[in-house]
Design a protein around this ligand. Sequence first.
Ligand code: HEC
Length: 134
Amino acid sequence: MKPIVKFLIICTALSSVFYTAQAYQGSQNKELIIRGEKLYMSYCASCHGVGGAGDGPVASSLKQRPNDLRRIQTRHGVFPAEEVGRKISGALSAPVHGRKDMPVWGLVLSSSDINHLVRYLRSIQRVYPPQPAE
Ligand code: HEC
C-alpha cells in the first residue's frame, strides 16, 4: 500500500472516532440540559418565568423582581457557571433564595440537580453575537 493511502485511511479512522466521541458528548450534554429544564419548570419557573425572562406568575408579588436569566452571560461577559450554581444552592446569597445560613434550594436540590440547572441556564443564554454551544 502506498504511504499516502495508509495516511488517508488513518485520517479517516481518526476523524470517525473523533466525530463519534463528539456526538456522544453532545447527546449526553443534551440529556443533562433536559433534566435541568424539567427541574427548572418545577422549581423555578413560578418566579423566573417559563422562558427565564423573570415574568413568572409569582414575580409581580415579589419585592424584588427576578432578573432575566437569559441575560446572565450578557451582563457578565462570560457565563459564570460556578457563581450561578452557588446562587442557586444558596452558598452565594440571593435574598429571595434564602440567606447563606438558610438556603432554600441547597436543601431541596442535590448538587447534580444544581449542575443540571446551571447547564440548562447556560443553554438559554441570549448572546449577541451568538456563541457556539459548549
Ligand atoms: C420565589 C421566587 C423565586 C424562585 C422560586 C426562584 N427564584 Fe431565582 N431569583 C429570584 C429573585 C427575585 C432573584 C433576583 C434577586 C436576587 O438576586 O436575589 C433571583 C435570582 C436568581 C439567580 C441570580 C441571577 C443573576 O443575575 O445573578 C439565579 C441564577 C436564579 N435566581 C436561579 C433560580 C433557579 C435555578 C431556581 C429554581 C431552582 C430559582 N431561581 C427559583 C426569585 C426566585
